[in-house]
Write a protein that binds this ligand. Sequence first.
Ligand SMILES: [Zn+2]
Length: 340
Amino acid sequence: MEPDFEERYSRQVLFAPIGERGQEMLRASRVAVVGCGATGSTLASLLARAGVGYLRIIDRDFVEPSNLQRQNLFDEADAANSIPKAVAAATKIASFNSEIGLEPQVTDLRPENADAMLGGVDLLLDGTDNFETRYLINDYAVKNGVPWIYTAAVGSYAATMNILPGKTACLSCLFPDGPSGAIETCDTAGILNSAVNFAASVAATEALKLLCGAREGLRRTLLSYDLWLNQRAEIVAAKPVEGCRTCGRHEFFHLAGEGRPQITLCGRNSVQIHEHSRPVDLTEMGRRLTPHGQVRQNGFMLKFAKGPYELTLFPDGRAIIKGTTDPAIARSLYARYIGS
Ligand SMILES: [Zn+2]
């Protein structure tokens, strides 16, 4: 080990199950973190400090003031300047560990870009806030034999599960049809930052075991913990469920993009439109929109405020429309100001 490397990771190398060999394995590891909100930024932060050599950080959103209560890699300047979370996270990580290879991707994970976004890594980490994306990760992971770790937090509740394709249960084994009815989200039920950190800490520890070759110590259950009530539960997930559509029958419904909406509700009072997968010249668009409302842009995105609505446009044509949960209104605003 070179002296700087040895010094930086000395306390982790002293931890016998990792040691020098494990540390070198972490340095050679490549991980993709899908979603860089609360759990994603905590996972990325922990793994970067632990010396995982390469992190791809995929997130479609930008930093807002309400994120700062729990999203560990962001600060007030990121929120004031609406910096994309993937970019803000990579910048912050580079400031505390310049040896990590970083690949920020400001995009929405979709079936069409799954190979590009999830390929070439040893482990996929779930920092998302929705089951649609988790099932997409599950399909990709099972199809390509890549391990992934499910992580979730809402209210004071944290949950996480390791998925080792072909060896343990996959997400579809436990939840074949996805959650039904209204799902609590951090925008409806609130969230404690300690629940986020708990879920991310457990998942990051499992990630370290997996990456430094200590697979026999991996937990083979779906673990959930309510930190407010001090209630812990574990569901056995040690084996694939026979006949599972995904890992048993290899039907990759989500990866095929079947039934996938082009318009999704995202967060409190906003709608995302992603049917226009074509590049947009933000500078030119800014000039066009200036006579019609307030325009702000930072090179990564353009914000256009008009009456009760705020439209955030990204260079790939994707838009988030705030101020409504009605897809029809969102679609009409998009068509009026950006083009159909
Ligand atoms: Zn399965």
